[in-house]
Design a protein around this ligand. Structure first.
Ligand SMILES: [Fe+2]
Ligand SMILES: [Fe+2]
Length: 227
């Protein structure tokens, strides 16, 4: 156990139990988002979907990297992942990024939006998703994009909160959260650009899921550095 490492965080005035809880909730959101983005990417088809597919894949793989990077810190701080994956997904800090019903390609144009919440969703996130639901019900042509952008916006709120809590106190968690935050901000910008909200200012990743900021925290490098 990282005894002194934990002591230092405690002595800085941080409530370690609360921090671990936030990290577990963040890790759960990454894990569930990775799962849901797999479905969204598979359904990003057709003329519009094809362009979207590549950035969903980058965001998907980077969210998996975020999960991988968070887990060691949770254990270092004396925490653990829930034994049951259902308990884990239920505490996710962000809503489930469900595939909108009308995008399922089954010929059924029903617009009943399958947007839902884990118990971990913040009020802000719930509000955002209810707006997505409304969009789907009104026949918005880009409900999937809205699900994606809201998932990233939720992640930005989550990591900004952890950065604010740990800044100048728990240096390791701060650096890790900041690295993830950098990538979440880029993810939001990619999807926001597709929504016509303005240019992201970015160009494509060198390889899918490159994680330019978080890769240095990964135990197994994802290969972008050529090793
Ligand atoms: Fe993420
Ligand atoms: Fe993301």
């Amino acid at each position: 156990m990282a005894k002194v490492a934990q002591q230092m965080v405690e002595q800085s005035g941080i409530d370690v139990k609360e921090l671990v809880e936030k990290l577990v909730r963040a890790a759960a959101a990454e894990f569930t988002t990775y799962y849901y983005y797999t479905i969204l990417r598979a359904n990003a088809i057709g003329f519009e979907g094809e362009g979207l597919k590549e950035i969903i894949e980058d965001a998907r793989l980077e969210d998996r990297n975020h999960f991988e990077a968070l887990v060691p810190r949770i254990y270092e701080l004396g925490g653990e992942l829930p034994r049951d994956i259902r308990d884990f997904s239920n505490v996710a800090a962000c809503p489930d990024a469900y595939l909108p019903e009308r995008d399922r390609g089954n010929g059924n144009e029903s617009t009943s939006a399958r947007v839902g919440f884990t118990s971990g969703g913040t009020e802000e996130a719930k509000q955002a998703i209810s707006e997505v639901k409304q969009g789907v019900e009104q026949g918005n042509i880009r409900p999937m994009l809205q699900v994606l952008v809201e998932a990233e916006r939720c992640a930005i709120r989550v990591y900004t909160d952890i950065c604010n809590m740990t800044f100048g106190k728990d240096h390791r968690t701060y650096e890790l959260s900041l690295a993830i935050l950098n990538e979440e901000i880029e993810h939001e910008a990619w999807f926001s650009e597709f929504l016509g909200e303005g240019p992201s200012g970015h160009f494509r990743r060198g390889v899918p899921g490159e994680s330019p900021y978080t890769s240095r925290f990964l135990v197994v490098p994802n290969g972008h550095n050529g090793k």
